[in-house]
Design a protein around this ligand. Structure first.
Ligand SMILES: *Cc1c(COP(=O)(O)O)cnc(C)c1O
Length: 400
C-alpha cells in the first residue's frame, strides 16, 4: 500500500474530526519520524507534547515489553506492585503529597473538578450544588461535555449543549479579574501556566504567583493544568517552578508515559484529596500496572538523561534563532523552553500553508488557530538538529 491508499482508508472509514497533514507515518526514533515511503522528518510537534522523551525511547520501550509479559491490568479492586512505587517516585519529583491516576488529560480535568467541588461542600461549606469554578478565556482543557462547556472556542462548543453549569470565565493573565470574580461559592481557579492550544500565550511575569496569593487569601484551590507545559516542556519539571510557586492541584498527562500509553494524574499539595471516599470516583484502567511501570521509566529518563535542562538550553537557542528570521509576515516569536509559537500576521495567508511547505522540507509542525505555528520538538533535540530546523524554517518563513 502507498501513502494515498492509507489516506483513502482513513477518509472512507473514519470520522473526520481531525484535519491532519497528509503524511502517513510508520516509524519513529528520537526526534525523527519516517513516512510509509521512507521519507524522514523532524517532529516539531511531539504529539502535542506527549513525546517529550523522543519517539520509541529504548528504555521506556523495554519497560513496556517487560511489564506486558508480567501483568497489565488488575483494576483497582485489587492492588498491584507498580502503583505505590509510581506514586512515591512521582511525588518525589514533583513535591506532591497525593496522586490520583487516570488515563487521558480530559479525565484528569474531570477528576479535579469533582474533587474541588466535593471539597467545597464538605470542607469550605459552600451550599449544595452552588460551587463555582473560575477558568480563563481561550482555555484548552480537553473535549468532554463539561470541559467544552466552559471553552470560548466556537468550534469546540457549538452544537454540543446543554452544558454543565458552575463555571465562570475571566480573561487570561489578569490577576485583578480573578480577584473580582471570586465569590464565597468559588472553590477553584483552573488555568494553564502557558496556553498551548490557544497559540503559546504566555501570561505577564508574576501572574501565577499573584493568582496563588489571591486563591490563598480567599480559600480557593489553585489548579494548574500542566498537561502540556509539565514534565520538562518549558525547561522545568513543572512550569509553576518558573514563578517559584506550588499549585494546590496540578494536572499532568501527555508525556507522563513518553508517548507509549495513556496515563494522566491529578497531583495534590493539600489534604483536598482526602475528601474522596471509596466508591466516589474511579476508572477501570486508572493506575494499572502497565501504565505505572511505563510512567516510572518515562519520568526516570526525563531526569536522568538531562532532558529538562536540554529543553531549557535548546529552547533558548531555538527561540533566538527564530527571532533572527526577518520577514514582515512574522508578527511575534515567543516561547518558554521547547514550547514555542510563531505568530504570523493575518494577511500572511494562514499558518497551514507554511506547515505544508515545511513538511515538504522535512519538518513536521502544526498550525494552532489560523495564524500561529507551534514548534515543540522532543526534549532530546540536539543543537545540530535545531540548526538544521532553523535553516529550513528560515528558507520557508524568511522569504519576504
Ligand atoms: C491535551 C490537553 C488536555 C487534554 O488531554 P487529552 O489527553 O487529549 O484528553 C488538557 N489540557 C491541556 C492543557 C492539554 O494540552
Amino acid at each position: 500500500m502507498q501513502a494515498n491508499d492509507y489516506i483513502r482508508l482513513e477518509n472512507e472509514f473514519g470520522a473526520h474530526n481531525y484535519k491532519p497533514l497528509d503524511v502517513v507515518l510508520s516509524r519513529g526514533q528520537g526526534v525523527w519520524v519516517w513516512d510509509a515511503d521512507g521519507n524522514k522528518y523532524l517532529d516539531c510537534l511531539s504529539s502535542y507534547s506527549a513525546i517529550n522523551q523522543g519517539h520509541c525511547h529504548p528504555k521506556i520501550r523495554q519497560t513496556l515489553i517487560d511489564q506486558a509479559h508480567k501483568l497489565t491490568l488488575t483494576s483497582r479492586a485489587f492492588r498491584n506492585d507498580q502503583l505505590g512505587l509510581f506514586y512515591r517516585e512521582l511525588c518525589d519529583l514533583t513535591h506532591t503529597h497525593k496522586v490520583l491516576p487516570m488515563n487521558s488529560g480530559a479525565e484528569a480535568v474531570e477528576t479535579v473538578i469533582k474533587t474541588v467541588r466535593k471539597w467545597g461542600y464538605k470542607i469550605k461549606g459552600v451550599p449544595n450544588d452552588q460551587a463555582e469554578i473560575i477558568v480563563c478565556a481561550n482555555n484548552f482543557h480537553g473535549r468532554t461535555i463539561t470541559i467544552v462547556g466552559f471553552s470560548t472556542d466556537d468550534n469546540s462548543r457549538n452544537g454540543f449543549g446543554p452544558f454543565t453549569p458552575g463555571f465562570k470565565i475571566i480573561p487570561f493573565g489578569d490577576a485583578d479579574a480573578l480577584e473580582a470574580a471570586i465569590t464565597p461559592h468559588t472553590v477553584g481557579f483552573m488555568v494553564e501556566p502557558i496556553q498551548g492550544e490557544a497559540g503559546v500565550i504566555i501570561p505577564p511575569a508574576g501572574y501565577l504567583a499573584k493568582a496563588k496569593a489571591i486563591c490563598k487569601r480567599h480559600n480557593v484551590m489553585l489548579i494548574l493544568d500542566e498537561i502540556q507545559t509539565g514534565l520538562g516542556r518549558t525547561g522545568k519539571m513543572l512550569a509553576e517552578e518558573h514563578e517559584g510557586i506550588e499549585a494546590d492541584l496540578t494536572l499532568i498527562g501527555k508525556a507522563l508515559s513518553g508517548g507509549f500509553y495513556p496515563i494522566s494524574a491529578v497531583l495534590s499539595n493539600t489534604e483536598v484529596m482526602s475528601v474522596l471516599q471509596p466508591g466516589e470516583h474511579g476508572s477501570t484502567f486508572g493506575g494499572n500496572p502497565l501504565a505505572c511501570a511505563v510512567a516510572r521509566t518515562a519520568l526516570k529518563v526525563l531526569v536522568e538523561e538531562g532532558m529538562i535542562e536540554n529543553a531549557a538550553a535548546m529552547g533558548a537557542y531555538f527561540l533566538d534563532g527564530l527571532k533572527q528570521i526577518s520577514n514582515p509576515i512574522i508578527r511575534e516569536v515567543r516561547g518558554k523552553g521547547l514550547l514555542i509559537g510563531v505568530e504570523l500576521s493575518p494577511d500572511a495567508g494562514g499558518a497551514r500553508t507554511y506547515c505544508e511547505k515545511l513538511k515538504e522540507k522535512g519538518l513536521l509542525c502544526k498550525e494552532t488557530h489560523d495564524h500561529i505555528i507551534r514548534f515543540a520538538p522532543p526534549l532530546v533535540i540536539t543543537q545540530n538538529e535545531v540548526d538544521w530546523a532553523l535553516e529550513w524554517i528560515g528558507a520557508v518563513l524568511g522569504q519576504g
